[in-house]
Design a protein around this ligand. Structure first.
Ligand SMILES: [Zn+2]
Ligand SMILES: [Zn+2]
Length: 258
């Protein structure tokens, strides 16, 4: 990881966003930068999707050269903003070797590992979520998700665990609000693996714009991670300029005192 990212305080840097270099966004990188400056951020990390599963919507979409050119153009155009080149990798235990090789050779400033796929199921895409959740109880749906997230945290491959508890994004439609305490043992295992390996945990504010109306993960989980002396980062997961830095004001001063 580029250690310069750690210089920025919470609320000064958005560590998770997607531009048109991700399959599910059409935001121009320069629009992201313009918006960041407008709302007083000092730095951004572009974290475009990288997917290793051929059944994944984003498979084969990542274009390393185009991303690099885009980041460099932003650095030239917006000298008052620090722009970092990161990635959000869809973690699947079965692709660990390929992911490790990819990260090692890419020279990225920052990497997020995220669980979007559980087995052959996709929990993050509206068109495919039903196929995963249909016929499963909440626990049958969520426990395998947390098990994959535990492997992610224990892999030590990434700088941060992305949107921990994303299972509730569409799970909410099937089971209503998730009480994370029901999965406290699983979540505790994930946090301990992250803390002991020096992996950060992201407080992702996109869930506040989606059905769960809650951060990923819930703030109670973040509090437990802070109690383990874990390091937390803030990410909006913006796919459009208006969402950059979304609700950061609510967390930037209070997160260390929750
Ligand atoms: Zn994600
Ligand atoms: Zn994302």
């Amino acid at each position: 990881m580029n250690q310069e990212i750690l210089v920025f305080n919470l609320g000064e840097i958005d560590t998770h966003l997607h531009t048109r270099h991700s399959c599910d966004s059409d935001m121009a990188p320069r629009d992201a930068c313009r918006r960041a400056l407008e709302i007083g951020l000092r730095a951004l990390v572009f974290t475009e999707h990288v997917d290793f599963d051929p059944s994944d919507e984003g498979f084969g979409f990542y274009d390393a050269l185009a991303v690099r050119d885009g980041v460099e153009a932003c650095r030239r155009e917006f000298p008052g903003l620090r722009v970092f080149r990161g990635v959000e990798v869809t973690y699947q235990a079965k692709f660990e070797k390929q992911i490790a090789r990819f990260l090692k050779t890419g020279g990225y400033d920052y990497s997020i590992g995220s669980v979007h796929m559980v087995g052959d199921g996709d929990i993050s895409r509206v068109e495919r979520q039903d196929e995963y959740f249909a016929g499963k109880s909440e626990e049958e749906a969520y426990r395998p998700y947390f098990e994959e997230a535990r492997r992610l945290a224990a892999s030590g491959l990434f700088d941060a665990v992305g949107h921990l508890d994303l299972c509730k994004k569409y799970g909410h439609r099937h089971y209503g609000p998730m009480d994370w305490r029901r999965y406290a043992a699983e979540i505790d295992g994930i946090l301990k693996a992250a803390a002991s390996g020096g992996t950060m945990v992201e407080l992702n504010t996109s869930g506040l714009r989606q059905d769960p109306n809650d951060t990923y993960p819930n703030i109670g989980v973040i509090k437990n991670f802070l109690d383990m002396n874990g390091r937390v980062v803030l990410g909006s997961d913006a796919h459009r300029a208006a969402d950059i830095g979304h609700t950061f004001g609510r967390y930037k001063d209070s997160i260390v005192t929750i």
